[in-house]
Design a protein around this ligand. Structure first.
Ligand code: C5P
Length: 238
């Protein structure tokens, strides 16, 4: 597999073409950002950890019959993925109040929600990824009604699988963000990454944050907790 031209540089990843049709190479970077890029730091080791954590999680989901763009790990910081056309959507699923949900509704963090709450955000840095509803998604031609229904169905299935998976390793899945894309043959699949950068993960026993809130809220060093998440995932699969 040969790495070809750089296609895109994101906040946490670079995407490259490969010598294989419809296969891209994702390189995970040592960059952490928060507040839509206002807070930005290089954190040694983060790329390697998120590449491996995402790989383990996508492998777990595949074993549960949930497809994603993930093909295989290529190196410590690189993975091969299927080429997809990304929807300009961030899909957030929440099981427990936290973050912007807690803030918006004047709620304490850590309260179980009666059912998984799904939210859409319009992926647009210049607009600060605004919160949007189904009508907005359709009006902005981000996705059709049928595509929205499929994305919601998959997001809730992914949530159920992830809640169960994290429970096995002593972690409460508070909320997370995922993204979807369409393959060359028209299938909607999970894409991007699932890592402590994109999930809120609290230790079941202690409620300790095992995620990027440590960086966002200046609570300390993220590397030891990302190592902890990867270790628990590796132990689970044995
Ligand atoms: O900030 P908020 O409470 O809306 O975040 C909900 C979830 O989505 C969190 O798990 C957060 O890590 C994730 N998220 C993300 N990327 C964003 C916004 C939120 O991964 N741009």
């Amino acid at each position: 597999m040969e790495r070809k031209e750089l296609l895109y540089t994101g906040k946490a990843k670079k995407m490259y073409a490969t010598d294989q049709e419809n296969v891209l190479l994702a390189e995970y970077l040592n960059q952490a950002t928060a507040l839509n890029g206002v807070k930005k730091d290089a954190i040694e080791g983060k790329g390697r950890l998120n590449n491996q954590i995402t790989g383990r999680i996508f492998e777990y989901l595949a074993a549960k019959g949930i497809s994603s763009h993930y093909i295989q790990e290529l190196s410590e910081t690189e993975q091969l993925v299927k080429k997809v056309d990304m929807y300009a959507l961030e899909v957030v699923v929440r099981n427990v109040s936290a973050g912007s949900f807690a803030k918006r509704f004047g709620m304490e963090e850590g309260i179980d929600l009666p059912f998984p709450v799904l939210e859409f955000y319009y992926k647009n840095d210049a607009l600060n990824d605004p919160f949007i509803n189904d009508a907005h998604v359709k009006a902005l031609a981000v996705a059709s009604d049928e595509e929205v229904a499929e994305i919601k169905k998959q997001a809730l299935e992914i949530n159920a699988a992830l809640v169960e998976m994290f429970k096995k390793i002593g972690i409460r899945l508070i909320d997370f963000k995922i993204e979807f894309g369409k393959t060359a043959d028209g299938k909607i699949i999970l894409a991007d990454e699932i890592s402590p950068d994109t999930c809120r993960l609290w230790d079941i026993e202690t409620n300790e944050h095992l995620d990027k809130d440590i960086y966002r809220r200046d609570l300390g060093d993220i590397i030891p907790v990302y190592v902890e998440v990867l270790d628990r995932l590796n132990k689970m699969s044995k």
